[in-house]
Design a protein around this ligand. Structure first.
Ligand code: GLU
Length: 567
């Protein structure tokens, strides 16, 4: 065996393209990238799409987009045009999609067959099942071993019977020692690895075979990947030795867990939705959420997961927040990629000392396998939110506005269409101070998009109190509703609908009619134009809504409050 410990590292991230990029995968990519780029090495991406049923092009594109968004750029790999127009990818070791490399795998597979280190195996599923049952009856783990040589006559017979063959690796009976830079050393006793399949019936290589061939051909020196692959490494080492390949350095990374110790999984979203559905006793999907067909299969089986679109639509209808699991979820929720990278790096690695906040440039300089943790990291969402809040409140206003604009282009286009440039800019200045995410300015301002005639007034305790519904003022003075009626008349006469004028007019009124308490006037106005007691600062809110919408909204609010109060 030769170990690849060349001075210039080459690392890779090799996702299987199904679903979305999980934060655990993103962290593997981040560490692999930082390790190579911090040592003037190369980082490459390879798409492991040999499982034809589970892989999809859309998933591959999604993975690349998410990595690029995180600032993880690859020196070699699938070609991709970043949103800024930069072309990423390509390279001398392509193609970088395993499904396009079948001839290479076949060549090495044949090499093993010719050397007697691999063989065709023709078992039917029923025969394999019987072998498995035998092993169970003997209270042994099932490990497939060669069942005798296949002659040319056997082969002809099997083909005539319509059997299909797989190719299996002759594993032998050696103990295999794995050196792992994170976990240390472990030895798998002789005989543990069976004659595993390296080429499937459909002619595609298995993961084990493709990964070994590609890592060699692509010159990969260091493999960082999830801990779930640790035992697979024994198979990979046996294959490397059989093929005369170099042995990369391995580092297996712990999983990321929820604070309650459960695995951070996409099922967490379904859990939240199932709980909400149960609490509300729903027996049919709410309007405009999931289709009846999707609902029926989901509600009938705890193991079924909703599609991402279905989960988002149902969460919106039920007014629940889904936990973010995938990189795209965090992006949609308005987290900053640099904050997410910082936080992910801390989940499994520590720079030492008290340093907690850092950027990717720092990570490149400092990242090493010696400080990667062996034990699972716990994903503390509140801490992530605090990091994000700090980054957002510390941003120059023009940067915040630009980044919110990018966010809105992707996830909130309706705000861009409705507000236009000037009002969008005002929404940003009005919201930055209180925003924890890039999405916050839009979360609390859905009322800006609502048709005036469709605005609903929230009949809650705060609204009732502010308008004096059901609670006449103690001193017999004016109620919020009285102020609203008076202000509606005054505002009808205001020509210059700007914050200073609106504030001056309302302050003058409050001084005269509300004992100088501007809040007693502002809060009813807020309810009148937004429907609730939460909105950006009131004068900004009035400008954002605009005079032509504000007046009919106030009229509707007055009518609603009067009817509700029975006045
Ligand atoms: N395609 C494998 C996965 O997504 C990669 C494993 C590896 O890095 O070798 O888990």
């Amino acid at each position: 065996m030769t170990t690849t410990n060349s001075a210039i590292p080459v690392t890779r991230f090799a996702p299987s393209p199904s679903g979305h990029l999980h934060v655990g995968g993103a962290r593997t990519a981040l560490f692999s990238w930082a390790f190579a780029k911090g040592r003037e090495g190369k980082f490459l991406i390879r798409i492991e799409d040999t499982d034809q049923k589970r892989s999809s092009d859309a998933a591959s594109v999604g993975f690349l987009r998410d990595l690029e968004w995180l600032g993880i750029r690859w020196d070699e790999g699938p070609e991709f045009t970043a949103p800024d127009g930069t072309r990423v990818g390509g390279g001398p070791h392509g193609p970088y999609f395993q499904s396009e490399r079948l001839s290479l795998y076949n060549r090495y597979c044949q090499q093993l067959i010719d050397a007697g280190k691999a063989y065709e195996s023709w078992d039917t599923p029923e025969e394999l099942d019987a072998l498995r049952k035998d092993a169970t009856a003997r209270k042994e783990a099932f490990r497939y071993r060669c069942r005798g040589e296949t002659t040319a006559a056997d082969r002809a017979r099997f083909l005539a019977e319509g059997r299909q063959s797989v190719v299996r690796f002759r594993s032998g009976f050696e103990a295999v020692t794995i050196h792992d830079e994170v976990l240390g050393e472990a030895t798998l006793p002789a005989g543990e690895v069976d004659d595993f399949v390296i080429r499937k019936k459909d002619g595609f290589p298995t993961y084990h075979f493709a990964v070994v061939v590609d890592d060699e051909l692509m010159g990969v020196t260091h493999i960082l990947r999830a801990q779930e692959h640790f035992t697979n490494t024994a198979k990979h080492i046996l294959l490397q030795d059989a093929l005369g390949f170099r042995r990369p350095v391995y580092g297996h990374l712990s999983i990321i867990k929820n604070p309650d110790d459960s695995k951070m999984s996409k099922r967490d979203k379904d859990k939240v939705l199932r709980k909400a559905v149960k609490e509300r006793g729903l027996t049919a999907p709410p309007a405009d959420s999931v289709s009846l067909v999707e609902w029926a299969s989901w509600i009938g089986d705890e193991n079924v997961q909703l599609s991402l679109e279905g989960a988002i639509a149902l969460a919106q209808a039920l007014k629940v927040t889904l936990p973010e699991i995938n990189v795209d979820d965090f992006r949609r929720s308005g987290y900053l990629p640099e904050v997410l990278c910082n936080f992910l790096a801390l989940n499994g690695w520590s720079p030492g000392g008290d340093v907690e906040k850092f950027d990717n440039a720092f990570l490149l300089q400092r990242f090493g396998l010696d400080r990667v943790m062996k034990t699972p990291a716990k994903f503390d969402r509140l801490k992530l939110l605090a990091f994000n809040t700090d980054a957002i409140t510390g941003m120059p206003p023009e940067v915040f506005a630009k980044r919110c604009h990018e966010h809105a282009r992707q996830f909130r286009p309706e705000f861009l269409a409705k507000l236009g440039d000037a009002k969008f800019a005002l929404l940003m200045t009005a919201c930055q101070e209180r925003s924890k995410t890039l999405d916050d300015p839009f979360r609390s301002t859905a009322f800006l998009l609502t048709e005036d005639a469709a605005l609903e007034f929230s009949d809650d305790k705060n609204v009732r109190k502010a308008l004096g519904i059901g609670t006449p003022s103690a001193d017999g003075g004016k109620s919020g509703l009285d102020h609203l009626r008076a202000m509606r008349v005054i505002l009808g006469t205001v020509g210059d609908w700007s914050q200073p004028t609106l504030e001056a007019v309302a302050t003058a009124y409050a001084n005269e009619q509300a004992g100088g308490k501007i809040g007693a006037v502002a809060q009813p106005l807020r309810i009148g134009v937004s429907g609730s007691t939460v909105s950006p600062p009131i004068w900004d809110t009035l400008v954002l809504v605009g005079k032509s919408s504000a007046l009919p909204r106030l009229d509707r609010c007055i009518a609603w409050a009067a009817a509700t109060a029975g006045q």
